[in-house]
Design a protein around this ligand. Structure first.
Ligand SMILES: C[S@@+](CC[C@H](N)C(=O)[O-])C[C@H]1O[C@@H](n2cnc3c(N)ncnc32)[C@H](O)[C@@H]1O
Length: 203
């Protein structure tokens, strides 16, 4: 099994999904609030898990397009089930894929959101380059991540330095970060924007 999906597949994945749907709901809602997409925006959710954030996007984007990638077949199935009506109406496309190969064209999205997933992206530089590729000029990236999940890997200061440098290298600007309290612990909120004149990395 791919390390990206370990713990997120099969019966353990379904159990984890049920727990995350309850405990991480406030983070998913906060991420969409932070992104503040226009009603007609097109937004990609990366690592959507059980699909609570997808449901929030469906509610906020009556005329928008909602897409998602998650490498876990179990999570894709759970999120489709949770958002059955919007999925059947063609308002939501959820694909079994990792952040390193997003099956959408360049500049396809005005927003990208990821909750408790970024800490799993390896290699991180490839993932962020791919996100920069699919962000339209002026588009915004918002990630929210449990602080403990980051600090299991590296100290927060190091994470801030590394992610900031990588985002800048991908051409993103207006990089912001802060911590905020959530039901399941402190979260790290990271934001960045693609400049209006587009991705300098694009050919
Ligand atoms: C801790 S769960 C978070 C789920 C949900 N966003 C939440 O906060 O409750 C991490 C999710 O990221 C997904 N994931 C893991 N590696 C990924 C990758 N390389 N690209 C995209 N998603 C990934 C997992 O399959 C899982 O659904």
């Amino acid at each position: 099994m791919d390390t990206a999906t370990t713990g997120f597949e099969g019966v353990p994945g379904r159990l984890a999904g049920a727990v995350m749907a309850r405990l991480n709901r406030d983070m998913e809602v906060a991420a969409v609030d932070e992104l503040a997409p226009a009603p007609g925006a097109s937004v990609l959710a990366v690592g959507f898990g059980p699909g609570v954030g997808i449901a929030e996007l469906v509610a906020c984007l009556p005329h928008g397009q909602i897409a998602g990638v998650d490498p876990s077949a179990t999570m894709v199935s759970a999120a489709r089930q949770r958002n059955r009506a919007a999925f059947d109406a063609g308002r939501v496309r959820l694909v079994e894929a990792g952040v390193a190969s997003i099956p959408w064209p360049d500049a396809a999205f005005s927003g990208v959101v990821a909750v408790n997933s970024m800490q799993l992206w390896e290699p991180l530089d490839v993932a962020l380059r791919e996100i920069a590729r699919v962000l339209a000029p002026g588009g915004r990236l918002v990630t929210l991540t449990h602080r403990w999940a980051i600090e299991k890997r590296v100290p927060l200061d190091q994470w801030i330095d590394t992610t900031g440098a990588l985002l800048r290298r991908c051409g993103l600007v207006e990089i912001t970060h802060r911590t905020a309290p959530f039901r399941s612990g402190e979260g790290f909120v990271l934001g960045a924007r693609m400049p209006l004149d587009g991705n300098p990395m694009a050919p």
